[in-house]
Write a protein that binds this ligand. Structure first.
Ligand SMILES: CC(C)(COP(=O)(O)OP(=O)(O)OC[C@H]1O[C@@H](n2cnc3c(N)ncnc32)[C@H](O)[C@@H]1OP(=O)(O)O)[C@@H](O)C(=O)NCCC(=O)NCCS
Length: 431
């Protein structure tokens, strides 16, 4: 069973006796990885889902913990990561390790396996030259201890059918096509729109497996709704300018009035006219009573198009958690909307290379990030710097909660202004 296993040194967090951290083989260990994953997430694959499942994990990036017990050796924990490129303020894409599949079999939880895997993940990601790591958290209490902070938020909206939208004259020139999703046929159009978005936090789906997995229609996920549909907005030349992945679920009220729901899983538009055409269609589908959208950016165009914001249901959720792995590289890669000259005292117990005093000096044309002996202006932990990194959480908001300390009066607001960004960060899909 354990032939050709590459064990990984778990220092500085040794595992209890009988546990070994090791690289996992994408093919040979796949069944064991899926078994741990299903135990950890209390989920089982429905027989009808088997034909559509897609293996998205990338070779050489999965690590697990084997347990040698009285009844043999079995996999007790897994995690993996994607080799993403993450857009930062200004549009540059930095190498980002997209942590995924973190799972410990419930029979082995709270023995330090998760901690050992996270330490290995941070070390291996840094060795690969990845500048940040990102993840979607299953629970809020898990990842801050490893230096992750909430860097992007997503907004879920619930709207009544026919909600009013402001006119955008050019929308009349666009066509909205409605089709049943076929991943092979539609992924090119979808990714053409998705890949053209300019927004911090944006992660493109760079492998064919991720593109396909994003569009496949799990029969068990329908829960009484129809198959996944696609709305594509095209200009006069046939070029896609926007799209939405959605399903409708029919329902009839007590008075026999149509009260169906449109569930919009993913909606993007590249310009105001495309946004108007797309939402005009989704908000006016026959027999529907309401429209629910789940993954909007906090500044999505829909919020500016609606003529009435009262009465809509609006919830804000944490989206992507970000961990800075290489502080000078990360701070140099992003753009700053104005001049900046600040000394940060950064604490990072897990990545000592990030810790200490850093001077960030420069402006919209670029900054220098250098270690310094100068007195610090602001003190910040690495998780909170990660939260502020994409410009979606202000340093002033963190300071108001006692998470950033202004050591020199008058330095917080200029630094917060420089670390802000006019476009809300968003990722728009889960991984
Ligand atoms: C979350 C999970 C990976 C943690 O693994 P684990 O091996 O039990 O965690 P560890 O024993 O290494 O715990 C390390 C620390 O995290 C804490 N912790 C672990 N899981 C936690 C949770 N869900 N919420 C809050 N704290 C948690 C532990 O209490 C411990 O705290 P300490 O630093 O104060 O001692 C595991 O419980 C699991 O697989 N859960 C179900 C699937 C899941 O949620 N995966 C995460 C996907 S994003």
């Amino acid at each position: 069973m354990l032939l050709c296993v590459t064990f990984i040194d778990p220092t500085p967090v040794p595992l209890p006796p009988g546990y070994r951290l090791a690289e996992l083989d994408d093919a040979a260990d796949r069944a064991a990885m899926q078994e741990v994953d299903r135990w950890a997430f209390a989920s089982d694959l429905a027989p009808e889902d088997e034909p559509v499942q897609v293996w998205t994990l990338e070779p050489g990036r999965s690590v697990g913990v084997w347990h040698a017990g009285a009844r043999g050796t079995a996999l007790a924990a897994v995690h993996s990561s994607f080799a993403f490129r993450l857009q930062v303020p200004g549009g540059e894409r930095v190498p980002a390790s997209g942590l995924t599949w973190v799972g410990v079999h419930p029979g082995h939880r709270r023995r330090g396996l998760g901690r050992a895997m996270l330490h290995a993940h941070l070390r291996r990601s840094r060795e690969r030259g990845e500048v940040v790591s990102v993840l979607n958290a299953a629970e809020s209490g898990i990842y801050e201890r490893y230096g992750y902070g909430i860097a992007t938020h997503r907004v879920a909206l619930s709207l009544g059918r026919g909600a009013g939208l402001r006119p955008v004259p050019e929308a009349e020139d666009l066509v909205v096509e409605l089709e049943t999703i076929d991943p092979e046929h539609h992924s090119a159009d979808v990714e053409r729109v998705h890949g053209a978005v300019v927004r911090p936090g944006w992660i493109t789906r760079d492998t064919p497996a991720l593109r396909t997995a994003h569009l496949v229609d799990w029969p068990s996920a329908r829960r009484g709704a129809e198959r996944k549909r696609l709305a594509v907005v095209r200009d006069a030349a046939g070029r896609p300018r926007g799209y939405a992945v959605f399903r409708r679920k029919d329902s009839w009220g007590e008075e026999n009035l149509p009260a169906g729901t449109v569930e919009v899983h993913d909606a993007l538009a590249l310009d105001p006219a495309a946004a108007r055409a797309l939402w005009g269609t989704l908000l006016d589908l026959d027999l529907m009573g309401q429209v629910k959208a789940y993954t909007l950016a906090p500044d999505d165009a829909l919020l500016g198009l609606l003529t009435e914001l009262r009465g809509i249901g609006r919830r804000v959720h944490d989206d992507v958690w970000l961990r800075i792995l290489d502080l000078p590289a990360a701070l140099r890669a992003r753009a700053y909307p104005c001049g900046v000259d600040v000394v940060l005292e950064v604490s990072d117990p897990l990545v000592p290379d990030n810790a200490g005093r850093w001077q960030v000096r420069g402006g919209p044309g670029g900054v220098q990030v250098t270690p310094t002996e100068e007195a610090a202006h602001l003190a910040v932990g690495i998780a909170d710097l990660g939260a502020a990194y994409l410009g979606g959480t202000s340093l002033t908001a963190l300071a108001a909660a006692g998470r950033v300390t202004e050591l020199v009066p008058g330095t917080l607001v200029p630094a917060a202004t420089a670390f802000s960004w006019p476009v809300s960060p968003s990722t728009g899909w889960g991984f």
